[in-house]
Design a protein around this ligand. Structure first.
Ligand code: ADP
Length: 627
């Protein structure tokens, strides 16, 4: 029979699995048990909502057995099973989302991290097995099917038989090698301890045949062996245990297993709430963003259990968008078991729980920011964009909740600080929060407009994410201090005397400046300024849309034509000012060329494109080759 090929990405991943890049091969068992448990959850939930499906809770179980002679380990479940199509689509493809791309020079560890983000689940069994046979009868089918694969070169699906609904996964263990002893797994004690270690919390019984020795004759020291089927796991869901009784490793293992992450979480948050609503929750903040986190495919949500029964895998209503990175479980008795999803959404209890959870996460993050800054920064570097997005989203309706969680780079401290910290350290006489935006810290630092503010020894927040300025605009003011873009035309940091000088220079040269503005066309105004320290020119903006914001709008696929209202400012103390005045009287053509070059310079410094680079470079050449 012809083998079907794995999709190419799956094949590469399988190759890695077979050549087992993970040092911890033990996890294959928890992955298979976790799949079995999911299948049991699904079947039970179906039985609650579909009257044609009759299931007794007592019949739901997982069975683990082994055969030393055949070198097999079998994990069976009485769960929902898989149809032929499901076998094909679930076990024929890995890396369902995103694409698995390894770079040539990546280390094993980096590869593991990437793989981890996709969740390899079932395929981890290829670390220990050279052949896997899955026999499954689906609740939606009358025919059982057998999926079989010997690794990367493909798999077959054939008709088979199974007495009842459920799945058997049979692993044919690899032969031992010099470094690896797979035979070790063919041992009752070993398997039992692996189940206890990684799968204890599974809410269905994981059964194994356990042999006992009985003393039958005391005098003769005669023992008799006999086997009993026993439940190996405690079956107490980890979120129902008192957090004092669970150690960190247990939480980490649960997280990695349930949410398919190969790295432990950055933070574990437990709650046990009674009162207006009653629930237990176990939440995790991942260390890394999942591979698909910033894509449309990512689905936020928490697993929702009612009295220990999973009723929804990813309940989106339990998490606001700005905390969409949080993973976890909520278990409540406030909801009825066979509640439909539509009614669930409207449920008052659910809303209350969601509100509580939101508050809890926020409080935990605030505490982390205060007490464990290093960890918070690590968190913020991964998920900060999401929080800043939350600040400005929905017309800033959540800004009060989030503004103390966002951080920006401070020019003075050369690291991220909070708005509170900025305001606390404001200098006497300073009444605004200054910020500057650009694509990198270094670029912002060399902006002409930054100098004047730095000279006053005011701190400046450097905004490097495209959402930053939108977030700041949404916050409007913090502790009654308004935000001020250093590129704003109304920066207003000159002394009265300087202002007077500037006004005079502008009045005296109004013709010249007007002529420049008309020639450029795009700017609202050209004026002399005192605010520049060493640079000859800069571009400033006025009003709601800054130059950086315009860049964001320009990059959008549907051009809304939103433009910043800009002005070209010329340093009155720079020799170029005198030169311009001279040329305006003597050589209008050359004056015009200077104007064009200076405007292009200002655009270049602001990071805006130059529309006519050939013309400008010819002009520059003309000017510099003149005697
Ligand atoms: P994941 O569990 O992360 O989705 P896996 O590779 O472990 O990824 O499994 C892929 C899919 O195969 C599962 O989502 C599930 O639909 C299906 N599956 C695996 N094992 C079983 C099982 N024992 N019973 C029913 N379905 C299963």
């Amino acid at each position: 029979m012809k083998k079907k090929e794995f999709k190419s990405e799956s094949k590469r991943l399988l190759d890695l699995m077979i050549n087992s890049i993970y040092t911890n091969k033990d996890i294959f068992l928890r992955e298979l048990i976790s799949n079995a448990s999911d299948a049991l959850d699904k079947l039970y939930y179906r039985s609650l909502t579909d009257k044609d499906i009759k299931v007794e809770k007592d019949d739901l179980e997982i069975n683990v057995s082994f055969d030393e002679e055949k070198r097999t380990i079998t994990v069976s479940d009485t769960g929902c099973g898989m149809t032929k199509e499901e076998l094909e689509s679930n076990l024929g493809t890995i890396a369902k989302s995103g694409s698995l791309q390894f770079k040539e020079n990546m280390t094993q560890e980096e590869k593991i991290n990437i793989i981890g983000q996709f969740g390899v689940g079932f395929y981890s069994a290829f670390m220990v097995a050279d052949k896997i046979t899955v026999t499954s009868l689906s609740v939606d089918s009358d025919q059982a099917y057998v999926w079989e694969s010997e690794g990367a070169d493909g798999y077959t699906i054939t008709e088979g038989s199974r007495d009842s609904i459920g799945t058997d996964v049979v692993l044919h263990l690899k032969e031992d090698t010099e470094n690896e002893n797979y035979t070790d797994y063919l041992n009752e004690y070993r398997l039992k301890s692996l189940i206890r270690k990684y799968s204890d919390y599974i809410s269905f019984p994981i059964k194994m045949e356990i042999t006992h020795e009985h003393l039958v004759d005391e005098k003769e020291h005669k023992y008799e062996k006999h086997a009993d089927v026993e439940t190996v796991n405690s079956m107490i869901p980890i979120w129902k245990k008192d957090s004092k009784d669970v150690d960190e490793e247990e939480y980490n293992n649960f997280y990695m297993d349930k949410f398919n992450d190969f790295d432990k979480p950055l933070k574990v948050i437990t709650s046990n709430v009674e009162g207006m609503c009653t629930y237990k929750s176990l939440l995790f903040i991942p260390t890394h963003a999942p591979a698909d986190y910033y894509t449309q495919e990512y689905e936020k949500g928490l697993s929702l259990y009612t009295s220990g029964v999973l009723i929804m895998d990813k309940c989106a209503d339990l998490l606001p968008d700005y905390f969409s990175f949080v993973k976890g479980v909520v278990d409540t008795e406030d909801l009825s078991l066979n509640i439909s999803r539509e009614i669930l959404q409207e449920s008052h209890s659910l809303k209350l729980i969601a509100k509580n959870i939101e508050g809890k996460i926020r409080k935990e993050l605030e505490t982390m920011m205060k007490d464990d800054r290093e960890k918070y920064i690590e968190f913020f570097k991964t998920f900060g964009v999401q929080l800043k997005y939350g600040v400005y989203n929905n017309y800033g309706q959540d800004k009060d909740k989030l503004q103390d969680l966002v951080m920006f780079y401070s020019s003075k401290h050369e690291k991220l600080i909070s708005l509170k910290e900025y305001v606390q350290e404001m200098k006497e006489g300073q009444d605004k929060i200054y910020y500057a935006s650009g694509s990198s810290i270094a670029k912002i630092d060399s902006m002409p407009q930054v100098d004047q503010v730095k000279e006053k020894e005011y701190d400046i927040l450097y905004l490097t994410d495209y959402v930053d300025e939108f977030a700041i605009t949404a916050i409007q003011s913090y502790e009654e201090k308004k935000f001020m873009n250093v590129c704003d035309a109304d920066l207003d940091l000159e002394t009265d005397e300087e202002k007077e000088d500037t006004k005079k220079a502008n009045d005296e040269n109004s013709d010249l400046l007007k002529h420049m503005a008309e020639l450029i066309g795009e700017v609202k105004e050209v004026r002399f300024t005192n605010k520049l320290k060493k640079h000859p020119v800069c571009l400033t903006s006025k009003g709601d849309v800054s130059i950086e914001m315009q860049k964001v709008f320009d990059a959008m696929p549907n051009d809304l034509g939103i433009k910043a209202e800009t002005a070209l400012e010329i340093n009155e103390k720079h020799p170029i000012a005198a030169k311009l005045k001279k040329l305006y009287k003597k050589d209008k053509d050359l004056f015009d060329n200077y104007t064009k070059v200076l405007y292009s310079e200002a655009r270049m410094i602001a990071g805006l494109p130059i529309e006519n680079p050939t013309e400008i470079s010819t002009l520059i050449c003309d000017i510099i080759s003149k005697e």
